[in-house]
Design a binder for this molecule. Structure first.
Ligand SMILES: Nc1ncnc2c1ncn2[C@@H]1O[C@H](COP(=O)(O)OP(=O)(O)O)[C@@H](O)[C@H]1O
Ligand SMILES: [Mg+2]
Length: 213
């Protein structure tokens, strides 16, 4: 399975979701590779820190910039699971990864996102489907408030009406300190003793990979 975390805005949680799913996959025994296509190197740096900790399940990581299509498809033949982390802008990396991937998740900070950004993402998904017709594309609320306001679901539905190429994930990843604390440690939140964040990552993994962890 090839999964892409993409979007056109920085700081929405793409790298955070990418590394946490990679760690979850590694703990289930999957052979997983992260492809970092963002020159900010958030995912690569996470893996470098993680690799200094010998007791943790291994996640492989590679960096690729520019046209990433061949690298993504090649690594998909060699690894059981591929996760691609893309930078937060419309780029050659994002466009070529959209053509190579099977699923793309586009994290949004909350249920009232910058709609303009998502509208452009909707267009990119539409373009990619010309070459990659089975592409699945989902929006993910990735830093939802921990005290959800009552109209959250209604707001999300409103947004989706303007984005016909995208569906909404059933999972909401909420704004939790543990996501920020785990990154510099090279750990996934499932390795941080935090039941709520662990449940979110497992629910997301279940939605994507269809297995319980
Ligand atoms: N669910 C969350 N709760 C709290 N902080 C988060 C969450 N997701 C991401 N962050 C923090 O937000 C910042 C941006 O996240 P990052 O994953 O690097 O975004 P992107 O890859 O989309 O640019 C980081 O400091 C990260 O720790
Ligand atoms: Mg990132």
């Amino acid at each position: 399975m090839i999964l892409l975390l993409g979007g056109e805005k920085g700081g929405t949680g793409k790298s955070t979701v990418a590394v946490n799913l990679a760690v979850w996959l590694a703990t289930t025994g999957a052979d997983v590779v992260l492809i970092d296509t963002d020159r900010q190197r958030t995912a690569s740096q996470f893996i470098e820190r993680r690799n200094t900790l010998v007791d943790l399940p291994k996640v492989h990581c590679t960096e690729k910039y520019g046209n990433v299509f061949d690298t993504v498809r090649d690594l998909a033949k060699r690894y059981g699971e591929v996760i691609v982390d893309a930078g937060g802008r419309d780029s050659e990396e994002l466009r070529t990864a959209l053509v190579a991937t099977q699923i793309v998740y586009c994290p949004l900070k909350a249920s009232q996102p910058d709609i303009e950004t998502s509208v452009h993402m909707n267009e990119l998904v539409k373009l990619a489907r010309g070459m990659n017709p089975t592409l699945q594309a989902r929006l993910l609320i990735s830093m939802g408030p921990t005290n959800p306001v009552i109209q959250e679901a209604a707001e999300a539905q409103q947004i989706l009406r303007e984005l016909p190429e995208l569906t909404l994930s059933n999972v909401i990843v909420r704004d939790r300190k543990v996501y920020r604390d785990a990154m510099p440690e090279g750990r996934g939140v499932i390795e941080m003793n935090n039941a709520k964040a662990t449940a979110e990552i497992k629910a997301l993994a279940h939605e994507i990979y269809g297995v319980e962890g």
